[in-house]
Each structure stands twice: as structure tokens, then as C-alpha cells.
Write a protein of this length. Sequence first.
Length: 101
Amino acid sequence: MNRTPGMVAVLEHWQQDTFVARWRQAFMSDEAPADAYVTFALNPDGSIERLTMAPVSPAIDFSFDYQDLLFSPVPASQRPEGALTGPRDARGHRAAATPSR
């Protein structure tokens, strides 16, 4: 599995199950970043069924074609060793576990 290092973002909650992906690498410019809405569709048990993306700004170049992307979880048995799983902080490091109460 290949990864795209430039496609790493911090997700900021927008509303309900939608977040804004703020890319670490500016794809267009600081004045017109190629930020994207990321919307999660959940299964009845709360697990992720899929996620879709849409551009935040109408000025985003059509070649980003976020609307054509459909992501679905990879079964644990098919994940490559070292795959990014679990919560991450803004720098991509594993987030500290929060004890449940």
C-alpha cells in the first residue's frame, strides 16, 4: 500500500458527522486552500461505513474531484503492517488514550 504524504490533514469538527480537513501541505495557496468537507456515514453500531469528501470553497480547482472519492474501512485482516489506526494528534502522532469513566 502506498501513501500520499501530502494528503495528511487535521480534521476540525464542522457539524453533526461532518468535519473540515485542513491539509498540512497547502495545495493551492494560503489564501485559497484546498480544504475539504469530510462526512462520515455510520453503521447502526456507530462504526464507520464510509466517508465522502466535498470541496469547502467553490474556488477549489476541479482536478481535486473530491466528490468522486468514496472511502470505506479496510478489514483489520487486510490492513498492512504499520497502518494508521486509532486517534492521532495534529502532528499525526498517536493520541494519548483517555480513560473511560
